[in-house]
Write a protein that binds this ligand. Structure first.
Ligand SMILES: [Zn+2]
Length: 386
C-alpha cells in the first residue's frame, strides 16, 4: 500500500497575558528587522529579476549578515527564501492579471522560523524562539482539543504571525504518515469534474451536481473591479479597493471549495469509495494558445480546488489520482462514438452511434471513471499518485 506524508498545519495563539515587556519588545524588534531584511531583498529581487532563493542568498547574505550581526543567521537565510517566494508569486499573479501593484510588497506581519531558531514542546504547550544575541524567549501557547492530535507528531518549520490587533500566532507544520489505499482495478472510485459553475462528482452508479456558481461570483467581482477602475480617482485608493475585493473574492471562492471538498469526501466514505479521480489539468497546457488568458485563469483556479480536495482526501485516507482529461466531454462513455448537442435540452448531449442522451457533466464524470479503470487495470501498482 502506498505510504505518504501528509502535511498538517497547526495554529496556536500565543498567550501574551503577563508576558514581560522586555519579551514583547524583543518580539517587535524581531518583526521590524525581519521586515527590513525582506524589504531589502525584495528590492534586489525586483531590480535584478531574481526568483531563485539560491541566487538571492548569494547576492545578499554576506552583506546582511554584517548589517545584522546579532540576529541569528537563520533569520537571514529564511528571509531570502521568503523574499524569493513573495517575488515569484508576485510575478505569477501579475501575469494572470490578479495583481494591481507594480512591485511586490511585504507587510512584515509574518516571520518564517527555521527549525534552528525555534523549539516546540507540545506536551507543555510552549515554544521557544531565538532572538538577538542568540538568547531564547519562551512563549506559552493557547491550545484547544483540536491540538491534541499533534502530540507525538514530527514538526517542521513554523511561522510567527503578528495580527493588526496585536495578537501573536504561531503556525507550525506537522507531518503525518498515512497509508493510502491502492489505486487499482478493484477500487471504488469517485470522479470529479470541475466546471465554471458546477462541480460534478460520482461514478457509474450515481452522479451529483454541486452548483458552485463560481463563474457568476467571478463575473460579479470582475464588474465591480471595472467600476472601481473607471470611477475611482486616486491611484492609491483605487489600488487598495481593488485588492480588497480581490481578497474578498478569493475568500468566497475558497469557502465554496472547502464545502465542496467536504461533501465529496463525505459521499466517498458513505459509498465505500477509496480513490478520487480528477482531471490532469497539466495536459491542457500542450494545446493552449497564449491568447486564451481566461482559460488559464480558470485552470489555475480549478487547480486550487484540486489541491484542497487532494489534501483533504489524503487526510481522510483516500487516494487521489489524475487522468488524461482530453475528449472526456466529446466522446460517448458507452460506445466511444462522437457526442453532439441534443435538441432536447441545453445541457444535454447525444451520441450519434448508440443514441445515449445525457447531461454534459454526467458524461464527463463517467468518462473520467472509465479512463481510470483503463489506466489502472493494466498499470496496476506501478504508479500511485502525484
Ligand atoms: Zn454511444
Amino acid at each position: 500500500m502506498p505510504v505518504e506524508e501528509v502535511k498538517l498545519a497547526a495554529k496556536f495563539k500565543v498567550d501574551l497575558t503577563d508576558v514581560d515587556e522586555a519579551v514583547i519588545s524583543e518580539i517587535y524588534r524581531l518583526f521590524e528587522e525581519y521586515r527590513e531584511i525582506v524589504d531589502e531583498l525584495l528590492e534586489v529581487a525586483t531590480r535584478n529579476h531574481i526568483t531563485s532563493f539560491v541566487k538571492l542568498y548569494h547576492a545578499k547574505y554576506r552583506e546582511l549578515r554584517q548589517k545584522y550581526p546579532m540576529l541569528p543567521s537563520m533569520y537571514i537565510v529564511n528571509a531570502c527564501r521568503h523574499a524569493a517566494s513573495i517575488y515569484k508569486s508576485f510575478i505569477k499573479s501579475r501575469r494572470l492579471g490578479m495583481c494591481e501593484r507594480d512591485k511586490p510588497t511585504f507587510r512584515g506581519r509574518t516571520i518564517w522560523l527555521h527549525r534552528r531558531v525555534f523549539r516546540l514542546d507540545v506536551e507543555g504547550w510552549r515554544a521557544s524562539i531565538a532572538v538577538h544575541g542568540g538568547r531564547w524567549i519562551l512563549l506559552r501557547l493557547l491550545h484547544g482539543e483540536c491540538h491534541e492530535r499533534f502530540r507525538g507528531m514530527e514538526h517542521g518549520e513554523a511561522r510567527l504571525m503578528l495580527r493588526d490587533d496585536g495578537n501573536l500566532y504561531l503556525n507550525v507544520s506537522f507531518s503525518q504518515t498515512v497509508i493510502l489505499p491502492e489505486p487499482d482495478a478493484n477500487a471504488r472510485v469517485i470522479a470529479v469534474d470541475i466546471n465554471e459553475n458546477v462541480i460534478a462528482y460520482g461514478n457509474d452508479d450515481f452522479v451529483e451536481r454541486l452548483e458552485t456558481n463560481e463563474g457568476i461570483i467571478r463575473t460579479r467581482y470582475f464588474l465591480k473591479r471595472r467600476r472601481i477602475r473607471s470611477k475611482i480617482r486616486g491611484r492609491e485608493l483605487q489600488r487598495r479597493l481593488l485588492e480588497k475585493y480581490r481578497g474578498r473574492e478569493w475568500r468566497r471562492v475558497r469557502e465554496i471549495y472547502y464545502k465542496a471538498a467536504k461533501e465529496i469526501i463525505g459521499k466517498a466514505k458513505e459509498i465505500g469509495g477509496t480513490v478520487i479521480v480528477m482531471e490532469d489539468l497539466k495536459i491542457y497546457k500542450e494545446d493552449r494558445s497564449s491568447k486564451e488568458l481566461n482559460g488559464r485563469i480558470h485552470r489555475w483556479s480549478y487547480r486550487r480546488f484540486q489541491r484542497i480536495l487532494e489534501y483533504q482526501a489524503r487526510l481522510h485516507g483516500l487516494n487521489v489520482v489524475y487522468v488524461d482529461p482530453r475528449n472526456t466531454s466529446s466522446i460517448c462513455p458507452v460506445c466511444g462514438g462522437k457526442l453532439n448537442p441534443s435538441q432536447n435540452g441545453r445541457r444535454l448531449v447525444r451520441c450519434q452511434r448508440c443514441e445515449l442522451e445525457e447531461d454534459r457533466d454526467v458524461i464527463a464524470v463517467k468518462n473520467l471513471v472509465k479512463r481510470y479503470y483503463e489506466e489502472y487495470a493494466s498499470a496496476k501498482t506501478s504508479q500511485t499518485s502525484f
